[in-house]
Ligand binder design. Structure first.
Ligand SMILES: NC(=O)c1ccc[n+]([C@@H]2O[C@H](COP(=O)([O-])OP(=O)(O)OC[C@H]3O[C@@H](n4cnc5c(N)ncnc54)[C@H](O)[C@@H]3O)[C@@H](O)[C@H]2O)c1
Length: 196
């Protein structure tokens, strides 16, 4: 059995990932670490807890990715880490930029540091296409400039750069994704309203 630490799994995209992995890959078990902020909701995963908890394939840890003790406990025995946890709502980042810098930059550092100690085989940092800033026409390739325009996108870019530095400096096997906007079941209404 391979073990994955998924952070932010009580949120929108993380909860889909946890369910998908457990359904599709019977040889994987998931430790899920989430602070349960206003954006996290364990009911997004109530079916998962019921189905896979008794099989020891799903364990929930309530904690903050900025807290090294919580991170150490949740990462123990894992081979892989996927960091979905984030302050993720752009409009809130205008009101509380410090919260975003703390979770999206410092929290990412805490995870990377523990991943290095645990010799994690793959660390996936979930970032966002918002790091490119405004794309007025066409699309942005991986080598496009990073020009974040909000405290949210700037802190996600900061998390990415720290992850990249751990790859180059320490050889930690890091992958960074820059997905674009999603919508669907389990999405926080505050996030969906950004599309209107
Ligand atoms: N939703 C999108 O359209 C979109 C697009 C591109 C990238 N992303 C990225 O994907 C990831 C997931 O996005 P989402 O929309 O599911 O976010 P979300 O806001 O729905 O979920 C975030 C989760 O992280 C948890 N969390 C927040 N701070 C934490 C902390 N300090 N410690 C532990 N847990 C914490 C929350 O409780 C919540 O469960 C984020 O990293 C986001 O930047 C999202």
């Amino acid at each position: 059995m391979k073990h994955i630490l998924v952070t932010g799994g009580a949120g929108f995209i993380g909860s889909h990932f946890v369910r998908y992995m457990l359904e599709k890959y019977p040889d994987y078990a998931i430790n899920m670490l989430d602070k349960l902020t206003y954006a996290g909701n364990l009911s997004n995963l109530s079916d998962v807890q019921e189905c896979y908890g008794p099989l020891e394939r799903y364990h929930f840890f309530q904690g903050d990715i900025c807290d090294p003790t919580s991170v150490k406990e949740a990462m123990q025995g894992c081979e892989y880490v996927l960091n979905f946890a984030a302050e993720s709502h752009v409009d809130r980042s205008l009101e509380h930029p410090g919260h975003f810098i703390m979770t999206d930059v410092y929290g990412t550092y805490v995870l990377l540091e523990q991943a290095r100690k645990e010799h994690i085989e793959r660390f996936v940092q979930i970032s966002t296409d918002e790091v490119y800033g405004e794309i007025l026409s066409g699309n942005a390739g991986e080598d496009a400039n990073v020009i974040p325009r909000s405290p949210y996108s700037a802190s996600k870019a900061g998390g990415e750069f720290i992850a990249q530095a751990y790859f180059v400096t320490y050889g930690l096997p890091v992958i960074i994704t820059r997905g674009s906007n999603n919508f669907g079941p389990f999405q926080h209404p505050r996030s969906l309203f950004r599309f209107s």
